[in-house]
Write a protein that binds this ligand. Structure first.
Ligand code: PMP
Length: 401
């Protein structure tokens, strides 16, 4: 019989390990560029004021804490899908688009992966190299036997390797699931052009692959909520069936309330009720039903025109700040480290700057300069501010020499 003490010893890697080291660092110089959360100019965590107001309204209006249904609040999911596709009234009524409230974007990926493994006989998942660190494990923990990273970024030039990407997915077998970052690719900050998305849609259709969009940075990549859904809308207009995992953590600065949505787009809607039951069974067996507060808060904002306007304009301001910080870091690095090109910092989009550093350079920045980021040199742009940018640029200069 296995005893608890027989279990192999492991340690945290990735975000958790870096964050623990950051928390234990007592230096006043320390800089946190780790997680993708918004920070104010003074480095403190930021909550959108409209979210705080909506939360208070929800608390005041709460009359009971009854369970939600496994699929969550339907009106929330409908508005979430509308953020992705625009006017969905007819599609929703016909059962061609539907949504399931999830526990963050991670939960949406998880229930989607379980569904694909259990009901669509999917065994292989493709995801980009590089990608968000959880993609591979979510799918293997859900029973996928093969996880394959498709070429996405050329590490020499820090540009998209589009030829490699197309070649890899063209070789995928029928019914492979392909994860696509809809915008603000994490960690590279490199997004496909519309022309490239058109080509990818063609290949996916021809090879009979199953697209699984992951969108966690809607509005933050281009500064425009609608523009950032272009790829998702294009696949829909091409008549392709797909899934899309939505995370509201960043869009609403509501990370620990764990709000997300899984949108399913299908050609025919006749079996919608039965499909929903399959999803509900999966959810029942994992967490039974989702929590209320965060989704209710977002529903409050999305369904109230005044709150919606306030949210979309304050969110625009955040996206604009990200763009300003990118410009400032590029300028500081061009001054400090003139022997290298830094245009990729403003060419990349979204919350992350991909510095393309080696593991030992990342470690050096941490140990000698108290600057914390995850491997490859992925930087949360909003951890930068006009006080620490010059310090960070000087430290990068020291590290690269
Ligand atoms: N997908 C990507 C690409 C992400 O970057 C993240 C969050 N960092 C997620 C999914 C998970 O989102 P959530 O925190 O809402 O679970």
């Amino acid at each position: 019989m296995v005893q608890f003490s027989d279990i192999p010893v492991v340690r945290h890697v990735g975000y958790i390990e870096v964050n623990t080291a950051f928390q234990n660092d007592v230096s006043p110089l320390k800089v946190d560029l780790i997680y993708g959360t918004f920070k104010s100019e003074d480095g403190s965590n930021y909550i959108l004021p409209v979210v705080k107001r909506a939360e208070n309204m929800v608390v005041n209006d709460t009359l009971s804490h009854d369970y939600l249904s496994p699929a969550g609040i339907e009106s929330f999911s409908k508005l979430a899908c509308r953020l992705l596709l625009g006017d969905i009234e007819n599609l929703w009524n016909d059962g061609k688009v539907f949504g399931i409230q999830s526990i963050g974007g991670t939960g949406a990926l998880k229930i989607g992966a379980e569904f694909l493994a259990q009901h669509m006989n999917c065994t292989t998942v493709y995801y980009p190299d590089p990608s968000w660190e959880m993609h591979g494990s979510i799918f293997s923990f859900s029973g996928f036997q093969k996880k394959i990273q498709y070429r996405y970024m050329n590490r020499e030039t820090i540009e998209i390797d589009f030829e490699g990407f197309c070649e890899d997915i063209s070789n995928a077998s029928v019914d492979s699931v392909v994860i696509l970052h809809a915008c603000g690719h994490n960690p590279s900050g490199l997004d496909l052009s519309k022309e490239q998305w058109r080509t990818v849609a063609e290949i996916m259709k021809e090879r009979k692959l199953i697209p699984f969009f992951d969108i966690a940075y809607q509005g933050i990549a281009s500064g425009d909520i609608e523009e950032d859904t272009w790829a998702v809308r294009h696949f829909h207009s091409e008549g392709i069936e797909f899934l899309c995992a939505q995370s509201f953590s960043k869009m609403f600065t509501i990370y620990n309330e764990r709000v997300g949505n899984l949108m399913i787009v299908q050609k025919s809607g006749h079996n919608i009720e039965s499909l929903k039951i399959h999803f509900e069974r999966i959810i029942r067996s994992i967490y039974s039903s989702p929590p209320n507060h965060g989704a209710r808060t977002i529903l409050q904002i999305l369904s109230n025109p005044k709150l919606y306007d306030e949210w979309s304009s304050s969110f625009k301001a955040i996206a604009a700040r990200i763009i300003e910080l990118r410009k400032a870091l590029r300028k500081a690095l061009e001054e400090e480290v003139a022997f290298k090109k830094w245009n990729h910092i403003t060419d990349q989009k979204g919350m992350f700057i991909f510095l393309n550093l080696t593991d030992s350079q990342v470690e050096y920045l941490r140990n000698f300069h108290h600057i914390y980021m995850i491997n490859c040199g992925r930087v949360n742009v909003s951890g930068l501010n006009f006080t620490n940018i010059s310090y960070v640029a000087k430290a990068i200069n020291d590290t690269l020499r």
